[in-house]
Ligand binder design. Structure first.
Ligand code: TMP
Length: 236
């Protein structure tokens, strides 16, 4: 059967299904960084990231967070509810790293209590710029109360993930979420949660078990992801 591809992103492909309300999301082995400037292929990355996404989304389901997941199809693809992706990258930061250090001069590892929630415009041609609430209002992306709902959900997700990872001796420094709107207008968590979209540090250190290994060329990416899976007891 030939599947119709609806969209190809940097790390995933989205295909139509017979059900107009559902899509298949395929996890590619591609890795990119710095808005696609750096690009490579890592054998097995798609399978490993899908296993993490399954693990984290199931954890969030147990915390009553609604997500787009319908079912897991195989090692590299899942079935999801078709949603209109809200063009915002929602980043929660517990510790300073990455762009916030480059942009604002924060020292890496500075703790944010309470955690920071930021919004970036999902637009590669503009380089995913950071937005304030007023920008979002004038862009008519979503309503003010929807933005507040997204922020609160992102912070609840942060609490659940942070405490879970901490119990395994791993610090969740920061992560990125994407949300989508269903045909009924409900906002649910979409996309993925994996070491591609989070910064995970071995507790008490800033040793990365995430895509910073690739961004900063600190070692073998897949070995780091597999080390994290092993710590969490994820069977690969
Ligand atoms: P940043 O420090 O580059 O702003 O990234 C913050 C977090 O968001 C980090 O965990 C990586 C994640 N992220 C993505 O998942 N996709 C992206 O396109 C970017 C820029 C960051």
């Amino acid at each position: 059967m030939m599947l119709t591809m609806l969209y190809e992103g940097k790390a995933k492909k989205v295909f139509a299904t017979n059900n107009p309300q559902e899509v298949i999301i395929y996890f590619k082995d591609d890795a990119t960084a710095f808005n696609g400037e750096k690009k490579d292929v890592f054998f097995d990355k798609g399978r490993v990231n899908l296993a993490f996404t399954r693990y984290f989304f199931e954890l969030l389901h147990s915390h009553n967070i609604k997500t787009h997941i319908v079912s897991f199809i195989d090692d590299v693809s899942l079935k999801a509810q078709k949603v209109n992706i809200i063009p915002l990258e929602v980043v929660v930061r517990n510790y300073a790293a990455g762009s916030i250090c480059r942009r604002l001069g924060f020292q890496k590892g500075l703790e944010f209590t309470p955690p920071l929630c930021e919004f970036y415009l999902k637009d590669d041609s503009l380089g995913d710029p950071i937005l304030c609430r007023e920008h979002i209002r004038y862009m008519n992306i979503i309503e003010e109360k929807e933005l507040t709902e997204i922020e609160q959900t992102a912070l609840s997700i942060n609490k659940a993930l942070f405490e879970h990872m901490d119990s395994f001796g791993v610090t969740l420094a920061d992560f990125k979420l994407e949300f989508g709107k269903t045909t009924e207008g409900e906002i649910i968590l979409a996309d993925e949660i994996s070491p591609d979209t989070c910064r995970f540090w071995i507790k008490g250190t800033m040793e990365s078990l995430d895509k910073d290994v690739y961004r900063e060329e600190k070692g073998d990416l897949i070995s780091s992801y597999k080390k994290l899976a092993n710590i969490l007891g994820i069977k690969l």
